[in-house]
Write a protein that binds this ligand. Structure first.
Ligand SMILES: [Fe+2]
Ligand SMILES: [Fe+2]
Length: 199
């Protein structure tokens, strides 16, 4: 089954700056994503995106929401339409006249699956957080304190242990960090600090 999108243009330039309202995005999220684990993953990635946009990109509230929205909806079609993963949410957001940059970020969240290269900083951070978020969450679940007291070296040990969260490709983690131009240690530390804020 191929998830290749076979295109590189997403959304319409005329829609630049247009976002879904939080209510619209939340109701799409609730209608489409029924699996609680997937819901949590998407909320975690959304939160990381928002925090990064605020703390490192110094974006205003609208800019932060664009990043957050990309995170919140990136896997929206995975639960009910896995064979249409990425394609369906992209088409939905195009119909709803969402900002082309948000749609591009979603379209490039798995370059090896969808065949779309991450270009902007938003694209690259979404790819990087998506790769690391699940593995770090899996680690939190096996620690008595969850995210409390979690250390960088503990996460790095799990990354080296190939059998841990074996579905997470270590090559893709490296690739995502390289593309983002951010050392793995910095990304992991950021996720440790902020991911646990999502409940
Ligand atoms: Fe995905
Ligand atoms: Fe994801």
């Amino acid at each position: 089954m191929s998830l290749l999108l076979n295109r590189n243009q997403f959304g319409y330039l005329a829609n630049k700056g247009k976002v879904l309202t939080r209510e619209e995005a939340n109701s799409l999220f609730e209608d489409w994503v029924l699996n609680p684990r997937l819901q949590l993953h998407m909320k975690q990635v959304a939160h990381l995106m928002k925090k990064w946009a605020a703390l490192f990109e110094h974006l205003d509230e609208t800019g932060q929401w664009q990043w957050e929205m990309a995170g919140l909806l990136h896997d929206a079609d995975w639960d009910q339409w896995p064979e249409m993963h990425c394609k369906k949410i992209i088409e939905e957001l195009e119909q709803r006249n969402a900002d082309p940059e948000i749609i591009h970020a979603i379209a490039s969240h798995g370059p090896n699956h969808f065949g779309v290269e991450p270009i902007t900083k938003m694209d690259k951070m979404l790819f990087a957080f998506d790769e690391l978020s699940g593995l770090i969450h899996a680690y939190s679940l096996m620690r008595p304190g969850g995210y409390n007291g979690m250390e960088l070296k503990g996460v790095k040990k799990r990354i080296k242990e190939k059998s841990f969260a074996a579905n997470v490709s270590r090559d893709e983690i490296d690739d995502a960090c390289r593309r983002a131009g951010i050392p793995l240690d910095d990304l992991v530390s950021f996720i440790i600090t902020h991911q646990g804020e999502v409940v």
